[in-house]
Design a protein around this ligand. Structure first.
Ligand code: PXG
Length: 464
């Protein structure tokens, strides 16, 4: 990259200092050091600006989190005011701060009716650590300490702490660090295109849900504490389950008394066209993890919504719960959360996704399936995914080694679009404030990048 001074240092200077000192998450350190990071210096609405002054349409909302878009003054003001008045106080020793109390109250209002209590954390990973502790504590208190096992799914993402990565079903993560921790097992994911194309989507949804019942019976229902899943798998590649899946999961959890946990870190706060993904998918969780969209990523905050079934036991029979984080209920994070949730309400963003831009994106995104490289393209609210295939008639995938998704992502990066690749699935999750005109602009960029990828594939002879 050429050096061009638009910030305090040149791009090359930033890249050199970055390579010398900053170990990035989920990154091949040496590979990145050779190539150099792209330095993002500012953002407004749905557009980022890099240190070369280039504008980029952020179709990933930062990292699935900037739901209200960049530059919202209400959030900036809330943080500034709270930093001035009380930047920190803890909630450990019989104390509380007004923003934490008010956000707890507001979350009880916008979440489904069974949720009236919240336990705050600093991130989604910590939220899922809390889930593991809480599920096991719940069953202990009920005199069933044998119910230790939590069932999750392959290719799920639940964070990167020891418990989060264990709950997740990413084999690459399990391979580093002796994971999963004991008592966490996985079933196959409800990925129709890869696993179920010989049946209808609806039939496959039931088949996939019954893998949970098989697993519960294999382990013994008296040993299973909970099932956890993302309503739509995000980091795993925006895997949208058939509509029959979650109601059947609910039936199975009810039948065996297993707690149902919805990880709403990505799906929460309007992403799927309802406040929470469980509402879109039609199930009633006992616990919900949240993070990201609660503050639109402006400051870190996460937590667990605790349904009445669990809360009553923890509160009425629990005594002290030996668990918590320094930043549980951080006043600045909660003040920003409060401003953010109120802004989502004031702007009507959930309805905007459900009734306007969600259906508009669905219509235009589905048309990508006409492209010679695209095997399947679908959306749920403002999450979308397409799969790049070698032969769309037979549905033949490219060999993994070609990394076609990364080739496409490279074109996006060079053409002013952030679209993520998960294997050969290209995924988007733009800010909820996106307009129809901006969706049109995004679709033009997506098509251009698909055409450039197709030209590469033809040139390299990958299609035959
Ligand atoms: N649950 C879900 C469903 C997530 O998507 C977490 C938990 C963990 O949250 P924290 O705040 O601890 O990161 C996440 C995070 C990706 C990507 O590559 C996705 C996430 C994080 C990093 C990368 O899509 N999701």
């Amino acid at each position: 990259m050429t050096s061009h001074r638009t910030t305090a240092r040149t791009t090359a200077e930033w890249q050199a200092a970055d390579a010398a000192h900053f170990l990035h998450p989920f990154t091949d350190f040496q590979g990145l050091a050779k190539k150099g990071s792209r330095i993002i210096t500012s953002a407004q609405n749905i557009y980022l600006t890099d240190s070369e002054g280039k504008r980029i349409l952020d179709a990933m909302s930062g990292l699935w989190c900037v739901n209200v878009g960049y530059g919202q003054q209400a959030l900036i003001d809330a943080a500034t005011k709270q930093l001035t008045q009380l930047p920190f106080y803890n909630a450990f020793f019989q104390t509380a701060t007004p923003p934490a109390i008010e956000l707890a109250e507001l979350l009880a209002e916008v979440t489904p009716p069974q949720f009236n209590h919240v336990f705050f954390s600093g991130s989604g990973s910590e939220g899922n650590d809390t889930i593991v502790r809480m599920v096991r504590r719940y069953w202990d208190l009920l005199g069933q300490p044998g119910r230790q096992v939590i069932i999750s799914r392959q290719n799920a993402y639940h964070g990167s702490t020891m418990a989060g990565a264990s709950l997740g079903g990413m084999s690459g993560m399990h391979a580093q660090g002796g994971l999963p921790i004991p008592g966490i097992v996985h079933i196959q994911q409800p990925y129709w295109y890869a696993l179920g194309r010989d049946t209808s989507r609806d039939e496959f949804g039931l088949v996939a849900a019954r893998w949970l019942e098989d697993k519960i019976l294999a382990i013994g229902p008296d040993k299973v504490g909970a099932f956890i899943g993302e309503p739509v798998q995000g980091a795993g590649g925006v895997i949208i389950p058939p509509r029959t899946y979650w109601p059947e999961i609910q039936r199975i959890c009810d039948k065996y008394g297993v707690l149902l946990v919805s990880d709403e870190v990505i799906c929460g706060f309007g992403r799927t066209g309802n406040w929470f993904g469980c509402e879109t998918m039609g199930f009633r969780p006992d616990l919900m993890t949240f993070a990201k969209g609660v503050t639109s990523g402006y400051v870190p905050l996460g937590g667990v919504m605790v349904g009445d079934r669990v809360a009553r036991v923890l509160i009425d029979q629990g005594g002290e719960f030996n668990h918590g984080y320094t930043y549980s209920g951080h006043p600045v994070a909660c003040a920003v959360g409060l401003a953010n949730v109120r802004l989502i309400q004031q702007l009507g963003l959930v309805e905007h996704v459900r009734d306007d831009v969600g259906p508009y994106l669905a219509e235009h995104f589905a048309k990508l399936a006409d492209h010679p490289l695209v095997g399947d393209a679908e959306t749920c609210g403002l999450m979308g995914a397409m799969v790049l295939v070698k032969d769309k008639v037979r549905g033949t995938m490219f060999p993994d080694a070609l990394e076609v998704g990364m080739v496409c992502r490279g074109h996006c990066f060079a053409n002013g679009l952030i679209m993520r690749a998960v294997g050969d699935r290209m995924i988007i999750a733009p800010p909820l404030v996106i307009t129809r005109a901006q969706i049109d602009e995004m679709m033009v960029l997506i098509r251009r990048c698909l055409d450039l990828t197709l030209a590469d594939a033809q040139r390299q002879g990958w299609l035959h």
